[in-house]
Structures are given as structure tokens and as C-alpha cells.
Write a protein that binds this ligand. Sequence first.
Ligand SMILES: Cc1cc2nc3c(=O)[nH]c(=O)nc-3n(C[C@H](O)[C@H](O)[C@H](O)COP(=O)(O)OP(=O)(O)OC[C@H]3O[C@@H](n4cnc5c(N)ncnc54)[C@H](O)[C@@H]3O)c2cc1C
Length: 204
Amino acid sequence: MSEVKNIAKIEVELIAITPNSEKVIEEAGRTCYLSFDKIGANSAEDFIRRLVKLGHESPLEHAYATFRIKNCSRAMTHQLVRHRLMAVSQQSQRYVNEEQFEYVIPETIPEEFIDDYCNDMDTIHKMYAKWRQRGLKKEDARFVLPNACTSEIVVSANFREWRHILQIRMSKKAQWEIRKACAMIYEILKENAPNCFDDIKEMD
Ligand SMILES: Cc1cc2nc3c(=O)[nH]c(=O)nc-3n(C[C@H](O)[C@H](O)[C@H](O)COP(=O)(O)OP(=O)(O)OC[C@H]3O[C@@H](n4cnc5c(N)ncnc54)[C@H](O)[C@@H]3O)c2cc1C
């Protein structure tokens, strides 16, 4: 194994979610029909499932969820931040020193080549340190950093947008790391708001 062992393992943490999210969605959605008299202990379940089936998804915009994702690659976050309806705050390579950067090892690299990959990362650690020692600011020394470099990111979106993101990013057509992150987000959302999310299946 190479001398620097800062190899990353992705983590997803729920920071916040709209309290009583399914009740909020039901309250909002029933405004369209003025059917408040139908609100009962379990009425949100049928109502939300019907909305989703109809494609009447705008009431789902009343609930939000915020996640912190750690130890993921910049390659992954670059894909995630393409979702324009999501709010994003990401670790900056302009302000954070990357001399000891951790990195993600693609799952597709065969075991026998992992040492070689880690050696390449060690070379990049040295390249970054060299340019810092030559006086380059972090914002410019980062030009030699790899996509494998880890990042930390906080993302917020409403439930309708989460449904959209999960549907396209858990698909087998999506890249393995974003699929993994989204599968973790999906499990958390499904637990907190099953009627809004449990119909989403991994797409082919
Ligand atoms: C498998 C896969 C491969 C990809 N490959 C590439 C690639 O090679 N190169 C590349 O550049 N990107 C690529 N992307 C990214 C993709 O093109 C989108 O930028 C990304 O998925 C953001 O999603 P979105 O546009 O659907 O929705 P979001 O930005 O999440 O917005 C949600 C929805 O809101 C609506 N919306 C948002 N903004 C607008 C708008 N301005 N006008 C009209 N409607 C809007 C749309 O209905 C959209 O679906 C890939 C994505 C996937 C899933």
C-alpha cells in the first residue's frame, strides 16, 4: 500500500427535514379541492399517493430536506450541483488547504491495481505541496488536484425535486458514486416520508 492512506468512504447525514412533512403536503394539496373535511389520522397516505399517481406533484414542493454529504469525490459533487433547483454549500478549494487531501477509489479499479492508483494520488499530494511551497495560492495550486479529491457538501431541495433527482441519479445509467449517494438519501427520505418516496424504484 502507498504511504498516504487517506482513502475516503462516503457518508450521508440528514441535517433537517420539514416537520410533519406529509401533513404539510396534505394541508397544502387539499387546498386545491377544499377537501379539508377528509383530513384524518391516516388520510395523508392515500391523498399523497393519489397526487403522485396523477402527476400533480407541486404540493410536494412545500416540504424540504437538507443533507450533508462527506467523503465523496469532486467528480460526484460536480454531477450533483447540476441540479438547479437544489441549494448548495460546498467545501472550497480556494480556502481549504488540500495538502493532505483524501481521495475516493473508484469501485471499478481491480484490487491488484489499487496500490498503483494510491501511488498516483501520492504523486499528486507532492505536486500540490510543491506549488504551495513555490508560493501559489490555494486557489491556483488546486489546478493539479484530481477529481478523486474528496469534498463536503450540504444540499437542500424540496420533495418534488428530490423525487426528480433520485429517479434519474439512482438509474443504472448514472455513475456508481452518485447512485450510491442517492440510494443513501432515498433510504432516509423513504423512512421519513414513505408516501412521498417509496414508489421510486431504481430505474433501468
Ligand atoms: C445519466 C446522466 C448522464 C448525464 N450526462 C451528462 C453529460 O454528458 N454532460 C452534461 O453536461 N450533463 C450531463 N448530465 C446532466 C444533465 O444534463 C442535467 O444537467 C442534470 O441531470 C440536471 O438535471 P435536470 O436538468 O433534469 O433538472 P434540475 O436542474 O434538477 O431541474 C429539475 C427540473 O426542473 C425543470 N427545469 C429546471 N431548470 C429549467 C430551465 N432552465 N428550463 C426549463 N426547465 C427547467 C426541468 O423539468 C428539470 O428536469 C447527465 C445526467 C444524467 C442523469
